[in-house]
Design a protein around this ligand. Structure first.
Ligand SMILES: Cc1cc2nc3c(=O)[nH]c(=O)nc-3n(C[C@H](O)[C@H](O)[C@H](O)COP(=O)(O)O)c2cc1C
Length: 328
């Protein structure tokens, strides 16, 4: 019987399939259902910097009404981040008490100063690890790419320095030199990089002639982007790598592991198929391992990653040229 046990950021996991951050992981009830379905760990829905600001604003407003002059001054004058959204911290405590799998909290952060205190509160609430989701949309044309990257690196360095629990960083694919950025990120004291976030893109309603927001779920083919980058970077960084984007079935999960991912995260497929799909994925990996005579995940993880000596593996340009030259 193949053994799917593995570890991620030093945390022991029964298998490498993680439920990624989304509203599927927002309540204790949902997380319990995912645990029962067989996930190895769960990443909670992100708390967003804007939520923290909103909570503080609400509190300041209520204090103003109540005429608590001293407290109001204290809040307004400094340390707004000392008051995080308590609800999120309660949720962590509640979920931790309800399940036995590792619980990874998630924060979407832009500004280092604002996050350090809140990240400490997440740790104190009992999260086993924290995933920093460094999503923002740099719109200011006067800010160069290098500056945006440095801001992200400074943020990660500042937050991870203050924490004792493992830290992962979830990035998007829109860096012009992904290898360089990932290598600099990995050189910080972090435990894993999660590749790649799938950002919401607003859509246009042509009847209403207005913007509309819609969830854009992934398709199985979307896995090719993270598979490629994980395969190319696996032997260039020491930290763990977790693949997110396009894992819908056991085949996708196996592709991610062959590329060199330590874990794979699933999200869109949970919306489409529900937690039952987790069991199918885990059983599918097990069946494939038995067929290929792999006893443990380590027996095949990274088998198709680009070798350390830099020899080209087919994930670089050659394959691209081949694909198009062969097309009639
Ligand atoms: C409805 C929805 C909500 C999401 N919310 C978050 C979030 O709060 N934080 C985060 O880091 N990623 C979030 N994601 C991104 C997913 O965690 C995942 O990285 C992405 O959807 C790609 O994986 P998939 O192809 O399995 O869906 C969300 C995705 C969806 C579809």
């Amino acid at each position: 019987m193949p053994d799917l046990k593995t570890s991620y950021m030093g945390l022991p996991l029964s298998n490498p399939v993680i439920a990624g951050s989304s509203t599927q992981t927002i309540t204790a009830e949902r997380v319990k259902a995912l645990e029962a379905a067989g996930v190895g760990a769960v990443v909670l829905k992100s708390v967003f910097e804007e939520q923290i600001r909103a909570d503080v604003a609400d509190m300041v407003d209520s204090l103003q009404e109540d005429q608590h002059a001293e407290a109001y001054e204290y809040l307004r004058a400094d340390y707004p981040m000392q008051i995080g959204p308590e609800k999120y911290l309660d949720r962590i405590r509640e979920i931790k008490a309800a399940v036995n799998i590792p619980v990874i909290a998630s924060v979407n952060c832009i500004d280092a100063d604002r996050w350090i205190i809140f990240a400490g509160k997440i740790e104190a609430a009992g999260a086993d690890a924290i995933e920093l989701n460094v999503y923002d949309v740099p719109q200011d044309g006067s800010v160069a790419a290098a500056e945006v990257e440095q801001r992200h690196l400074d943020l990660v360095a500042a937050v991870s320095e203050k924490l004792t629990i493992p830290v992962s960083v979830k990035i998007g694919p829109y860096y012009s030199s992904i290898s360089n950025f990932v290598e600099r990120l990995a050189a910080l004291d972090i435990n894993a990089i999660v590749m790649f976030n799938r950002f919401f893109q607003p859509d246009i309603d042509t009847d209403e002639i207005a913007l509309k927001s819609g969830i854009n779920f992934s398709r199985p083919d979307d896995i090719r982007l993270p598979v490629r980058w994980i395969a190319m970077l696996r032997n260039r960084v020491a930290c763990d790598l977790s693949l997110t984007g396009g894992v819908h079935d056991a085949e996708g999960a196996i592709k991610g592991l062959l590329a060199g991912a330590n874990t794979v995260q699933i999200c869109s497929v949970l919306y489409k198929e529900g937690p039952a799909r987790v069991g199918e994925i885990v059983k599918g990996i097990e069946a494939w391992m038995a067929k290929k005579q792999f006893d443990t995940i380590n027996d095949f993880r990274g088998k198709l990653s680009e070798p350390e000596d830099g020899a080209k593996s087919g994930f670089a340009r050659a394959q691209y040229v081949k694909a198009f030259v062969g097309l009639e």
